[in-house]
Design a protein around this ligand. Structure first.
Ligand code: NAD
Length: 257
């Protein structure tokens, strides 16, 4: 049985991933702001370092898989810079900090949660994506605050997907048996899309979001994909960004062939 680490484990997709992995007999170490094993604020470098230290201690220094679910949505009243700090830097810095523990597992898997907004939302600020991929958190937070959360969200998730694709093929990751992949969910029914703290006007707009399947996704449907990407059935996946969105991306990006 494996030891997996999940950020954002207290809610939504992270909590559903925890349930499915624990029901398979695996050990899960959760990280979140509250209500899980490791309490840490992934919006700050100090919080990320503290989370990595706590995980190393709890896991005995061997981690078979890491799932980065912690994130802030664009529909609540959060500053764009804080959103970028959690969604992008909170993921890539933790993945990097846990690399030694992932290496020791031999054949580890990392899954980050990107978003289908990366291909369906217009007007993504490219300078924000670039600042993230350059590792310049100060500049990325500055741009995020300037543009606000709605465009900062897909920018943070696009940068995360590109970071996965860039790093996955480098010898320091795949050469050490660590597979890096991303999931790009469409609209999933969690507190991020139906919580009490959402801007009511923006939340109403979600009812018009086009989903050919005819409904929002469920957290357990993304958790099933997380389980697959962590497990032995997915060993050929390296640098993939897997869309699970009920058809939204296919609908909105039709080609006239
Ligand atoms: P959620 O709000 O239910 O869960 C997010 C979790 O992240 C919460 O438990 C929260 O406490 C935690 N978190 C937030 N800030 C944190 C911080 N500073 N430090 C540590 N933990 C923090 O939302 P969800 O829908 O389950 O989202 C999970 C991931 O999926 C997010 O990255 C989100 O962007 C992504 N996603 C969600 C949807 C959707 O429609 N729900 C779609 C695409 C992508």
């Amino acid at each position: 049985m494996a030891t997996y680490v999940i950020t954002g484990a207290a809610s939504g997709i992270g909590a559903a991933s925890r349930r499915i992995l624990e029901s398979g007999g695996h050990t899960v170490i959760g990280i979140d702001l509250a209500h899980t094993d490791v309490t840490a604020d992934l919006s700050t470098p100090g919080g990320r370092a503290a989370a990595a230290d706590a995980v190393s201690e709890a896991s005995g220094g061997i981690v078979d898989g890491l799932v980065c679910c912690a994130g802030l949505g664009s529909l609540s009243h959060v500053p764009g810079g804080t959103l970028v700090a959690v969604n992008y830097f909170g993921a890539v810095e933790l993945v990097t900090a846990l690399k030694p523990a992932l290496e020791r597992a031999g054949g580890a898997s990392v899954v980050v949660i990107s978003s289908s907004s990366t291909t369906t939302q217009p007007g993504i600020p490219e300078n924000l994506v670039t600042a993230c991929l350059d590792g310049d958190e100060t500049e990325a937070v500055r741009i995020g605050d300037e543009v606000t959360a709605i465009p900062a969200y897909p920018a943070s998730k696009l940068a995360l997907a590109w970071w996965i694709r860039r790093e996955a093929v480098r010898p320091e990751w795949i050469g050490n048996g660590i597979r890096l992949n991303a999931i790009a969910p469409g609209m999933i029914d969690t507190p991020m899309t139906s919580g009490d703290d959402l801007d009511p006007e923006l939340a109403k707009a979600l009812d018009f979001y086009p989903v050919p399947l005819g409904r929002r996704g469920r957290p357990d449907e993304i958790a099933a994909l997380v389980e697959f990407l962590l497990g032995p059935g997915s060993t050929l996946f390296c640098g993939s960004v897997v869309f699970a969105d009920g058809g939204t991306d296919a609908l909105l990006r039709q080609q006239d062939w």
